[in-house]
Design a protein around this ligand. Structure first.
Ligand SMILES: Cc1cc2nc3c(=O)[nH]c(=O)nc-3n(C[C@H](O)[C@H](O)[C@H](O)COP(=O)(O)O)c2cc1C
Length: 164
């Protein structure tokens, strides 16, 4: 199974990247850091259709499973990932054929945060969006940054089994 990790964080070398790298190691995934792409806010007039969003979706369309990776920023996904999610609307309007290529793929979410627990509202937009877009939502993993990443092997291997 070909696994892609779409990483949205303000720190390309931070906690969420470190967790992503653990999943990458375990699944041979390819990491797409949204900070490497020029993706602008959703535009009702689609005047931004030549930015990096559609080429990135083309790249992702060859993968079987997409892991969305985001820190918890104010109880929500990162702004980088939210902009990406807003742009998924392009696949329902001007790029429906490309959008169809995502249908039936599976997805999951990994996240890091300061608090011991992640608020239940955090994963809801991912689950609801996956359902709306006919993606199969498999599993999620939250890691509190207090816990040493080195002791997370059990959680990581459970997650990896969950996406298979
Ligand atoms: C703007 C901002 C908002 C944050 N909000 C939360 C929060 O609501 N809940 C939480 O547990 N941690 C919060 N944190 C802590 C981060 O989630 C945590 O440090 C995370 O591991 C950072 O990941 P990163 O290195 O990929 O940015 C916040 C951090 C920042 C910078």
């Amino acid at each position: 199974m070909k696994v892609a990790i779409v990483l949205g964080t303000s720190n390309g070398d931070g906690n969420t990247r470190k967790l992503s790298d653990k999943i990458k190691l375990a699944t041979d995934a390819t990491v797409f850091d949204l900070s490497d792409y020029n993706i602008s806010f959703y535009d009702y007039l689609h005047e931004n259709k030549n930015d990096d969003f559609l080429p990135l979706i083309h790249e992702l369309s060859v993968f079987d499973h997409i892991v969305f990776a985001s820190p918890v920023y104010w109880y929500s996904m990162s702004a980088q990932l939210k902009v990406f999610f807003d742009r998924l609307s392009d696949l329902l309007t001007i790029e429906q054929n490309l959008g169809r290529k995502l249908k039936g793929k599976s997805c999951s979410v990994i996240s890091t945060g300061f608090n011991a627990d992640v608020p239940s509202c955090f994963f809801e937009p991912f689950k609801l969006t996956a359902n709306y877009l006919n993606l199969i939502y498999k599993v999620d993993l939250y890691c509190c940054i207090d816990s040493e990443f080195s002791v997370l092997e059990k959680e990581v291997s459970l997650f990896v089994r969950g996406i298979a």
